[in-house]
Write a protein that binds this ligand. Structure first.
Ligand SMILES: Nc1ncnc2c1ncn2[C@@H]1O[C@H](COP(=O)(O)OP(=O)(O)OP(=O)(O)O)[C@@H](O)[C@H]1O
Length: 316
């Protein structure tokens, strides 16, 4: 998948516009697990929703997403038939609440398959059993249960199994572990890794918590104010962050071994992005230069990492 210059502008009922994505460019290779990190409001969910063609008019979407064809340009009916759930699926944020309380888990699988023209219930249940086993659940018991009989972790595993029911190439998981306790979180991260290894599944893993990314991802895309400011191999970005925002994000995140005195606070500012010209990180940036206030930086390759920062651009 190649995302190029993706822009999303939400248009509210009072005609106020919110620019949520400001030219996102991202290249996804088969078998990648990409951790998409950033603070609340940086545009992570909007990126996922744009990929799934879920942003509705009057909000405006520009740019291209190539997966064989440009999925932004094709009629929605064609996208629904050829791509949604078939090649590209999503586990939405707070997805555990999406399960229908009046339906057994088996019927969720049957309904999902039926919506995509697969009517053979026996075949669907067989596939559901395989996937639930892969998700470390007892398939026969789980399929008979109602959502209220399941824990949060079990529901999340079922949502992931539903998302891969039709063998998509890419699954977008929006904060798949954020509402779970750390033990369940850890086990689900292991399961996602296993899906990637066993099925060759490509995963876009959205999270606000950079500490979980090394557990699953081979690449990281760091988002700030509607842009990807740094994108590269996981170890390079974690051990040698290039963008000052990534540096701040890492040094402000405590781990079990961090001394409190080593944690550097990343100050909040009132309105990220609003009325800020140039690089939108400059008001918080410890390395800001004059040009940061006026010029939007371009992407520059530094070793294997793509960075959007004037520190790495040559001045002419
Ligand atoms: N439906 C909407 N209408 C108007 N503005 C929206 C809408 N959805 C999101 N936004 C705005 O777009 C920007 C990006 O929001 P988005 O939810 O994509 O960020 P996020 O990084 O996923 O945040 P979070 O981690 O809190 O979910 C924010 O300024 C948000 O307020």
């Amino acid at each position: 998948m190649d995302v190029k210059d993706l822009e999303v502008e939400y248009v509210m009922p009072n005609n106020i516009k919110v620019k949520a994505l400001k030219g996102v460019t991202l290249s996804v290779s088969k078998g990648d697990v990409i951790g998409i990190v950033g603070e609340s409001g940086s545009g992570k969910t909007t990126l996922a929703m744009a990929m799934m063609r879920m942003i509705k008019p009057p909000s405006i979407v520009k740019g291209s997403i190539i997966m064989d064809d440009d999925i932004m340009k094709m009629p929605l009916s064609e996208f629904n038939k050829r791509y949604r759930w078939v090649k590209l699926s999503m586990v939405p944020q707070a997805s555990q609440n999406v399960l229908n309380p009046t339906m057994r888990i088996a019927d969720h699988f049957i309904d999902t398959a039926k919506a995509h023209g697969i009517a053979d219930k026996g075949e669907v249940i067989k596939k559901a059993e395989e996937l639930l086993s892969l998700m470390r659940l007892d398939p026969h018991r789980t399929l008979r249960l109602y959502p209220h009989q399941l824990s949060g972790g079990m529901k999340q595993r079922i949502m992931i199994a539903l998302a891969i029911l039709l063998d998509p190439e890419i699954v977008i998981m929006d904060e798949p572990t954020s509402a779970l306790d750390v033990v369940t979180q850890s086990s689900i991260l292991d399961t996602i890794k296993e899906l990637n290894r066993k099925l060759g599944l490509t995963v876009l893993f959205i999270t606000h918590d950079i500490t979980v990314v090394p557990r699953v991802a081979n690449k990281i895309a760091v988002m700030y104010d509607g842009n990807i400011v740094e994108y590269g191999p996981m170890t390079d970005v974690i051990h040698e962050p290039k963008h000052p925002y990534t540096m701040s994000l890492i040094s402000s995140t405590p781990t079990m071994n961090t001394k409190l005195s080593d944690i550097v606070e990343l100050h909040e500012i009132a309105q990220i992005g609003e009325n800020i010209t140039g690089c939108s990180f400059w008001p918080r940036c410890p390395h800001r230069m004059d040009r940061c206030k006026y010029e939007v930086p371009n992407y520059v390759m530094v070793n294997n990492t793509s960075v959007r920062c004037h520190l790495y651009e040559r001045t002419n």
